[in-house]
Design a protein around this ligand. Structure first.
Ligand SMILES: Cc1cc2nc3c(=O)[nH]c(=O)nc-3n(C[C@H](O)[C@H](O)[C@H](O)COP(=O)(O)O)c2cc1C
Length: 359
């Protein structure tokens, strides 16, 4: 099979029409009680030209709905409403995974629904402030440290949510273990000071995400479970580089043993050379499909495919303003300007009103 960005690729049982993946993008449009809605279905349908879409970070629990207006997937109603988005994509011949994101300590209690609580691996608050529903920015809440039993219940929430994702018609689920959210909070020594089986050694810090991965594979099938990680891209903390190298090598090896369908490597912002050498190592350890994401252009994406460093490339920001991003790149058509102001919130504007290219 050709290695061009625009040629097909086989991902487990799925035939992707190209190798350009839509990265998960939180857009804060679930404006009525974190429920998926019609404009979201329109938005995803418009982007069905991607090799596959990874839908935005979605919480498997009321406790994980840490940002304003992000969607959930933990009730039958959520599944029913998400079905509109999966149908919209499938009707246009697309493929759609869901990213499962639990914000953990990255929130303010005001953002969570009644009865939910800000939970953490340890009782360590994140520094800084977060936008709340009143529009005001407030300091992050100090999280309640999960008991060992509550950790296990949280893992079960992920599994129940994954089953609902399949019921909702998603082709698979991506576990969000990147960017400082809950599984990443277990991995990191600054957020994890636990003394039980989920804290301390590398094996213990990886246990949370590996138990999720293992149980999720058993529940919905290995070919439907991918994972996203971001070594060295956790902006809050200064982790020890050697520890991280060893940790991610261990994690990648365990994920390969579980036979997850893909590993998605994300980096944000700077081009820390340590990331790139670690990526190459992880590529050797994790031999199933590898996706890279972060600051790629059509040209640099093709270079990574040619060098064998990646199988697929995910694009984030450019999919916001270019619903037909793949066609634009393929035909060398110009890309729309990025408009950061409309990334989060605002309803249909800056969401479903970006035109397809016409010459
Ligand atoms: C508006 C916005 C929302 C994002 N939401 C998520 C998210 O929900 N989950 C996630 O893993 N990454 C998220 N990201 C990161 C993107 O998936 C991607 O890694 C990043 O944009 C870098 O890729 P790019 O250079 O192609 O844009 C978000 C980025 C942006 C700009």
């Amino acid at each position: 099979m050709s290695n061009s960005l625009f040629e097909p690729y086989v991902l487990g049982p799925l035939q992707l029409k190209n190798k350009c993946i839509m990265a998960p993008l939180t857009r804060c449009r679930a404006i009525n009680g974190n429920l998926p809605n019609d404009i979201m279905a329109t938005y995803y349908g418009q982007r069905s030209g991607a090799g596959f879409i990874i839908a935005e970070g979605t919480s498997p629990s009321p406790n994980g709905l840490g940002y304003t207006n992000i969607p959930g997937l933990f009730t039958e109603e959520h599944a029913r409403l998400w079905k509109k988005s999966t149908d919209s994509v499938h009707n246009k011949g697309g493929i759609i995974f869901l990213q499962m994101m639990h914000t953990g300590r990255v929130t303010q209690i005001e953002n969570l629904p009644k009865g939910a609580r800000v939970i953490g691996v340890s009782s360590v608050a994140k520094s800084g402030e977060v936008k709340t529903y009143s529009g005001e920015r407030l300091p992050y809440s100090t999280p309640h440290q999960l008991t060992t039993e509550e950790v296990k219940k949280t893992i079960d929430e992920y599994i129940d949510s994954a089953k609902l994702a399949i019921q909702a018609g998603f082709d698979g689920v991506e576990i969000h273990c990147a960017h400082g959210y809950l599984p990443n909070q277990f991995i990191n020594t600054e957020t994890n000071t636990r003394k039980d089986e989920y804290g301390g050694s590398i094996e213990n810090r990886c246990r949370f995400v590996l138990e999720i991965a293992e149980k999720m594979c058993a529940a919905i099938g290995t070919e439907k479970v991918g994972i996203r990680i971001s070594p060295f891209s956790y902006a809050d903390t200064q982790e020890d580089g050697n520890d991280l190298n060893t940790l991610y090598a261990y994690l990648a090896a365990e994920l390969q043993k579980l036979n997850l369908v893909y590993l998605h490597l994300s980096h944000m912002g700077d081009a820390d050379p340590r990331k790139f050498s670690l990526w190459k190592e992880l590529r050797k350890t994790f031999t199933n499909t590898l996706i890279l994401c972060g600051d790629f252009t059509k040209e640099t994406a093709q270079e990574k495919l040619d060098s064998g460093e990646a199988d697929l490339i995910a694009f984030g920001r450019d999919f916001i303003g270019n619903p037909d991003l793949v066609e634009r790149m393929k035909n060398n058509w110009p890309l729309a300007e990025r408009n950061r102001e409309l990334w989060y919130g605002n309803g249909a504007e800056g969401y479903i009103d970006y035109p397809f290219y016409s010459e």
